[in-house]
Design a protein around this ligand. Structure first.
Ligand code: ZN
Ligand code: ZN
Length: 225
């Protein structure tokens, strides 16, 4: 599957898949606007600003008044409406009624809840018969199944041993408070790799996303993503 990572870190997240599906809208409008002409649907995983950039959404709502949004979070629906997205353009899936696939025409989707400090969802998507999954900002992926999918976009935020050492070493109060949050709200390299090994087939492709360079050592860090 074709994908284009425009941003993937705590500084801002946005990935375009097969030109038509946008995963999160957490970067500036200037950086994303040239990629929107074929986009049919924007998925917003959760309300944090690195996934839902308020200024960018406002500009989008003005320039693309018919753009469709997808979310499982009522808080996200409320925020989008505040930012002038028309309610009729927001497709809200209530996962308490079960985790089912929805056929939206060009794209089929399924949402599942993740473990973050606000309501957050992963997205399973099927475009032209190819399946992918987008998982970001979660403590674990324990109940998620994506056997033999074509594309895995999976958070790989920190190495457990490196983060543990940083937490021990850390004397700065403010930073310690931030670091203490990370193991509860983000996915470690170890958990991401276990999930990938269990789910990937011989034709699957993967990309690590939402990495924090500070909590990585060695070659496992991909760079700026
Ligand atoms: Zn994030
Ligand atoms: Zn978050």
């Amino acid at each position: 599957m074709k994908y284009n990572i425009l941003g993937s870190s705590s500084k801002g997240n946005s990935i375009i898949v097969e030109d038509i599906l946008c995963l999160d809208f957490g970067i500036s409008y200037t950086k994303i606007k040239d990629y929107l002409s074929k986009v049919k649907l924007i998925f917003i995983s959760h309300i944090h600003k690195d996934h839902l950039n308020p200024a960018a959404i406002k500009q989008l709502a003005y320039n693309f008044p018919n753009m469709k949004f997808l979310t499982g979070s009522k808080a996200v629906v409320g925020r989008l409406v505040e930012l002038h997205v028309s309610k009729k353009n927001i497709f809200y899936i209530d996962t308490s009624k079960g985790n089912n696939w929805f056929d939206l025409g060009l794209i089929s989707v399924k949402l599942e809840p993740l473990a973050h400090d606000v309501e957050n969802y992963c997205l399973h998507f099927d475009i032209h018969g190819k399946k992918g999954i987008y998982i970001v900002d979660t403590n674990n992926v324990d109940n998620i199944n994506a056997k033999n999918y074509d594309l895995f976009l999976v958070e790989n935020n920190y190495q457990e041993s490196v983060l543990k050492r940083h937490i021990q070493e850390c004397v700065d109060e403010g930073q310690l408070r931030y670091l203490n949050r990370v193991p509860h709200t983000h996915l470690s390299a170890e958990k991401a790799n276990t999930f990938l090994i269990e789910n990937m087939g011989s034709n699957s492709e993967f990309c690590y996303i939402h990495q924090s360079s500070y909590n990585f050592e060695g070659e496992d860090y991909n760079g700026n993503i």
